[in-house]
Ligand binder design. Structure first.
Ligand code: GLV
Ligand code: MN
Ligand code: MN
Length: 420
């Protein structure tokens, strides 16, 4: 076959993906309207917006001919088989929740792509059920701990999470009840004992490599190891004018030293460290800060890199607190080990991508977290990344073109067919 014939064949194979890419893209735009704050996208776990997103997603799943249900952790499922099917099941998933003031595609595009694949003409006669899951919490925005939806499915739920509270003091167990879920039954969402043959996820790249290389799709090699902490520093709130420097116990200055150390240690140890949130009390211009609370988010290729800097950071915080007469506590909110995509699924994904794009897909490390990290506890995982202009994400300008989304859908469909 000549090169131009091969390219022509590839075009033919891409075509159903292109139609489906446009529809999935339009659905991401529809879901963007389901938000707690009009004019931006804020959709958090177990909120009325989450319910509305589940309902609309379930409607689209049904229209595609899938059987649908809501599980005991608030995740929405759509499958070629019934919930109680005894056939093996191949899972495709991503999340429907967002960060504050988010873009339209992080997570959402993967769920919409999954519906196109499970509900497509190509899904007929597979030796397994193809099941799409729209997970309710990947970002951890509402309760601080991430991947709650996918961890329920993986059977790695931790009962200590029930007492976590959102910013309004609503505990996770109360949020379950208000959503109509029974906390006692969260274990029923678990697939740990089921016959799961693998998990695939399509996601926008949240960095610029594909865009810079001008390549639509890439194969994910591994997902970063992560830990998140909340650090609280207590000092003494006193008059900003009358208190001499040698009598001050300024919580914010202690926090500032610690925040700069997060950057310094991270650069020294090839870790990605970020302080994204800080609250200072009492928060008055003429009062020395008496309390500062801030987050630390750490990611690395391998677990030991991330863990090494935590010890170093803990020592630094203790030293700063002693020197400044402060009290400091450090609470871990989230931990996930590095996850390596399975060779057989990377091969399937690579074959799927080769069917729709001329360029050899690069292997990409994901510094961003994904539901695949949690599902790795029960089955092997594989991921496809789609090009995102400038790599901007967790921002309203986040983007994937309908064509690239269509390519992602076609590649995922071919990957699933190759596994079948
Ligand atoms: C989720 O997008 C994360 O990487 O935190
Ligand atoms: Mn995200
Ligand atoms: Mn995501």
């Amino acid at each position: 076959m000549t090169t131009s014939q091969q390219q022509g064949e590839r075009r033919n194979r891409r075509e159903p993906g292109e139609r489906r890419g446009r529809r999935a893209w339009d659905r991401c735009a529809r879901l963007a309207g389901l938000t707690a704050v009009p004019g931006q996208i804020d959709r958090f776990y177990l909120t009325p917006e989450h319910r509305a997103a589940n309902d609309l997603t379930a409607r689209w799943m049904k229209e595609s001919g899938l059987h649908t249900w809501l599980d005991e952790a608030g995740n929405v499922h759509g499958s070629t088989g019934q919930r109680d099917s005894r056939r093996p099941r191949l899972l495709i998933g991503s999340h429907l929740d967002t960060v504050p003031d988010a873009g339209r595609f992080d997570g959402i595009a993967g769920v919409m792509a999954g519906i196109e694949v499970a509900g497509g003409e190509w899904a007929a006669n597979f030796p397994f059920d193809v099941e799409v899951i729209g997970f309710g919490d990947e970002e951890g925005t509402r309760f601080g701990t991430a991947l709650l939806g996918s961890r329920a499915v993986a059977g790695t739920w931790d009962d200590r999470w029930w007492g976590l509270e959102d910013e309004n003091g609503i505990s996770l167990d109360r949020a379950f009840a208000e959503f109509g879920l029974d906390p006692e039954r969260v274990g029923d969402a678990s697939y740990a004992a089921k016959n799961v043959v693998g998990y695939l996820e399509v996601h926008i790249e949240q960095g610029p490599s594909l865009d810079r290389a001008r390549i639509p799709l890439g194969v994910v090699s591994s997902i970063a190891s992560a830990r998140r902490f909340e650090i609280e520093i207590i000092g003494e709130p006193r008059h900003s004018g009358g208190t001499p420097f040698d009598e001050r116990h300024d919580a914010l200055l202690g926090a500032a030293e610690a925040v700069l150390a997060v950057e310094r240690f991270s650069i020294e140890h090839s870790v990605i460290g970020t302080v994204g949130r800080m609250e200072v009390e009492p928060g008055a211009v003429n009062v020395i800060p008496g309390r500062a609370v801030f987050s630390v988010d750490l990611r690395a290729h391998h677990d030991h890199q991330r863990d090494d800097i935590i010890e170093q950071f803990r020592e630094l915080v203790t030293e700063v607190a002693d020197r400044r007469g402060l009290r400091a506590t450090m609470k871990q909110l989230h931990e996930a080990p590095a996850v390596y995509c399975a060779d057989r699924l990377k091969e399937a994904v690579r074959a799927g991508i080769a069917d729709v794009q001329d360029e050899t897909p690069p292997e990409l490390f994901s510094p961003a977290g994904h539901d695949a990290m949690a599902i790795d506890a029960i089955t092997e995982v594989g991921m496809i990344f789609m090009r995102n202009p400038d790599g901007i994400s967790h921002h309203p300008a986040e983007y994937v073109s309908p064509d690239d989304l269509g390519a992602g859908i076609a590649a995922l469909a071919h990957a699933v067919q190759s596994l079948a």
